[in-house]
Design a binder for this molecule. Structure first.
Ligand code: GTR
Length: 330
């Protein structure tokens, strides 16, 4: 008799356990994350770490599947998708975000940051809060900043040593008026184009050049079709681990904490990998025969950006004070 009821009890416990397990799976949230970069790229490795940490820290109540290599579409579209909640996560560069989130545009002003550490100090200041709030108001929750180094010009024609060298060149830029204005101020023709299309455009001569950091110049193979890399370092733009506000609002407080911790930890990893990959990519493209030149005095390039700033401040007078504060951050 005892044995029988013990058996029943066992059975009941097993059934209950299965039911709980089934409920657990059914309740688990499944998110999709957009990433433009290829396997092995610092952001890709760090986003995989992010997904792994989220799963572990939420005990499986939230699972993120990363879609690398831009397979979920181009960046401007993906930003919109995450904003409206059709996608839950994006590893975005703030450059193409400026068209819909004006507060993010301040980081896309040429030469606004002295270097990467300065960018981080500014993001940690009042300016960072303004940028984050602007993103939140438009449906994006930025949880951590990833590094993207400094962007420099490269092309298939000649070394750029002074602004006039850009004159007449057609240069691919990310989708944002600030970048077409930037190339225009150097006398060139800025051509917005999706990242995935740049290789072919360089190869066929649709554009003469583009601009990016060492790792992207290398990972995309652009260095095979654009043999001159000139270290103008005109843009230093942060990237984010951004969550759709709709998805974020559906998390419990414990889940929010877990996701935030995971994003910050993944950013620490990304920044380490970034520093390593920047050096490796630089060595790889130079070894392949790319002609690389430093720009001893960037003042001429910086001065040429005055009309870009003037126009920007004329259209966004409310941001003038913020820009001064950013420049003043030590
Ligand atoms: C890369 C950046 C990408 C994308 C790309 C581009 O450096 O990490 O998110 O913005 O540049 O030029 O489109």
């Amino acid at each position: 008799m005892f044995e029988k009821s013990a058996g029943h009890l066992m059975k009941a416990l097993v059934v209950a356990g299965l039911a709980m397990g089934a409920a657990g799976v059914a309740d688990a949230k499944e998110w999709r994350a957009w990433n433009i970069h290829v396997e092995g790229y610092p952001n890709t490795v760090a986003m995989d770490k992010f997904a792994e940490l989220v799963k572990a820290k939420t005990n499986g109540s939230l699972e993120i599947t990363n879609y690398h290599g831009g397979v979920l579409g181009n960046q401007p579209d993906a930003i919109e998708q995450v904003r409206i909640g059709a996608l839950e996560v994006g590893n975005f560069n703030l450059g193409p975000m400026g068209t819909t989130i004006p507060e993010t545009n301040v980081v896309s002003l040429p030469f606004i940051f002295k270097d990467l550490p300065h960018m981080h100090r500014v993001l940690g200041s009042e300016a960072g809060d303004v940028i984050k709030q602007g993103m939140m108001d438009k449906g994006l929750v930025p949880l951590a900043w990833y590094d993207s180094g400094a962007r420099s010009f490269y092309n298939s024609k000649k070394a750029i040593t002074q602004p006039s060298d850009v004159a007449g060149m057609k240069i691919r830029v990310m989708n944002n008026e600030l970048f077409t204005g930037m190339v225009g101020a150097l006398g060139g023709d800025g051509s917005p184009m999706a990242f995935s299309e740049v290789y072919q455009a360089l190869k066929t001569g649709v554009v003469d050049g583009a601009e990016n950091n060492w790792p992207s110049f290398e990972s995309t193979g652009h260095f095979e079709v654009a043999g001159y890399y000139s270290l103008t370092q005109h843009l230093i733009i942060p990237e984010c681990v951004c969550i759709s506000k709709t998805a974020w609002d559906g998390l419990s407080d414990a889940e929010k904490k877990a996701v935030e911790e995971a994003a910050v930890e993944s950013a620490t990893l990304q920044q380490q990998l970034w520093a390593e990959r920047s050096e490796q990519s630089k060595q790889k493209v130079i070894a392949s025969g790319v002609k690389y030149n430093e720009i001893a005095d960037k003042a001429a390039f910086q001065n040429a950006m005055q009309p870009v700033y003037a126009k920007y401040i004329e259209t966004n007078p409310d941001q003038a004070a913020l820009i001064e504060k950013m420049k003043a951050v030590q």
